[in-house]
Design a binder for this molecule. Structure first.
Ligand code: AMP
Length: 214
């Protein structure tokens, strides 16, 4: 099953996507994780993306489409994938569709995670993230240890209040129209109310998926 997760920053796409991916037995691919690893490794792609990421702006579509091309070419994703944080613009949606068409594949469903903006700001400003495996935590100080891998928790450079505000604006301006694009061009867009306990949101996400034939 090939799924795109849409939704504003802080809505919990990453955490929910991880759970869905393991339930489906497919990898979760987050372009943000790929880019952060490139920044950390100091690759040319990382160097080119760093400033835009720290401001909370999007990196250019051709960079993202390059990442997607590699992801789809990998045998790991042959049975499907959960795509988290991509697509974020209409050209990315069009590029992904063309790429999939060339491979004789298509998306099965778009899951749209939704929560009120003040809740997103609250979640992001109190968040720390494992610098190794990217697991997010709330209510844990920077410098604490990740339960999953023992890595160090850090405050993401783009989780400061100015970047958070910008990321939410960028989402509303550039990514929200992608929802309308998918409603027009398919596949089905299923909304998931993302307020409440993690398990309750996961149950809603799975119920939304269950209405989609694999
Ligand atoms: P995320 O981890 O999904 O919040 O992404 C962190 C940052 O990486 C974003 O604020 C963007 O700067 C960049 N990024 C990740 N995915 C994309 C994408 N599909 N298109 C453009 N920029 C992206």
């Amino acid at each position: 099953m090939l799924i795109v997760l849409l939704g504003p920053p802080g809505v919990g796409k990453g955490t929910q996507g991880e759970l869905l991916a393991s339930a489906l037995g497919v990898p979760k691919i987050a372009t943000g994780d790929v880019l952060r690893a490139a920044v950390k490794a100091g690759t040319p792609m990382g160097l080119a993306a760093k400033a835009a990421m720290e401001r909370g702006d999007l990196v250019p579509d051709d960079v993202i489409l390059g990442i997607l091309r590699d992801v789809l070419a990998s045998p790991e994703t042959a049975r499907g994938a959960v795509l988290d944080g991509v697509v974020r613009t209409e050209p990315q949606a069009e590029g992904l569709r063309a790429m999939l068409k060339g491979l004789n594949r298509s998306l099965d469903v778009v899951l749209l995670f939704e929560a009120p903006t003040d809740e997103l700001v609250k979640r992001l400003s109190g968040r720390t993230t494992c610098e190794n495996c990217q697991t997010p935590y709330t209510g844990r100080e920077p410098g604490s240890t990740c339960d999953k891998c023992g890595g160090k928790l850090v405050r993401r450079a783009d989780d400061d209040p100015a970047s958070v505000r910008n990321r939410i604006q960028v989402y509303e301006k550039q990514t929200a129209p992608v929802v309308a694009w998918y409603r027009k061009n398919g596949p089905r867009v299923a909304s998931v109310d993302s307020l409440g306990e993690l398990a309750a949101v996961q149950a809603r996400a799975k119920a939304a998926l269950a209405q989609t034939a694999p």
